[in-house]
Design a protein around this ligand. Structure first.
Ligand code: HQG
Length: 180
């Protein structure tokens, strides 16, 4: 991604996940906003994004953070929201093991309370160790946790999978966690 597209991606992440109201936007059910409204709002708020840039940002985004709906008229962030939104994802059966990347300084609290969602809607889990390592590395030397997701599912805990392959769940109690 070019420098400009990274800036566009950060701007979109901020407004489609956390602060749509700063652009005068309200997320529709599913987290959607009209593409035309979004582009108009970016112009009105002094950070104009062109339609072509928006398409390029959605298509080339390293984590596929954003998606258009089938009509191409709506756009949303696939996950990561802090604003109240029903992403309308269907619950699905998780693989036996999922992974979470974090850092040492959070470990005492995680081992005591488990993984909690903090400001976001869900705890975010990765399907592979490499992705979890990258998530953890945003904050320092990564620590990787393996989560017994299959057992959690059998114990009645719900998992959702976002369109970009991130696994979402409400919380992971400590008994399902182990450090690898
Ligand atoms: C930690 C990025 C103390 C947790 C990534 C994490 C991901 C606790 C931090 C997505 C805790 C929350 C989400 C507890 C969890 N005590 N610390 N009980 N439970 N934590 O950013 O999972 O680039 O909200 O380990 O790639 O790091 O934005 O979550 O370190 O997919 O698209 O609290 O965000 O994607 O941090 O990352 P975050 P995350 P994007």
């Amino acid at each position: 991604m070019s420098k400009r597209l990274i800036t566009v991606s950060k701007y979109l992440a901020k407004h489609l996940r956390h602060a749509p109201q700063d652009l005068g936007l309200t997320l529709q059910p599913g987290g959607w906003v009209a593409v035309d409204d979004l582009l108009a709002a970016t112009r009105q708020h002094g950070f104009p994004i062109t339609f072509d840039e928006l398409i390029e940002c959605v298509e080339t985004n390293d984590k596929r953070r954003f998606a258009f709906d089938v009509s191409g008229e709506l756009i949303r962030a696939n996950q990561g929201h802090s604003v109240e939104v029903d992403l309308q994802l269907e619950a699905c059966e998780p693989p036996p093991t999922l992974y979470h990347g974090t850092v040492e300084r959070f470990m005492p609290s995680i081992l005591e309370s488990g993984l909690t969602r903090g400001k976001r809607h869900h705890v975010h889990l990765s399907g592979d160790v490499e992705t979890a390592r990258k998530v953890g590395a945003r904050r320092g030397q990564p620590v990787i946790l393996a989560i017994e997701a299959g057992r959690m599912g059998r114990d009645g805990r719900e998992f959702l999978r976002s369109a970009n392959g991130v696994w979402l769940t409400d919380a992971v109690p400590p008994e399902y966690l182990s450090r690898i």
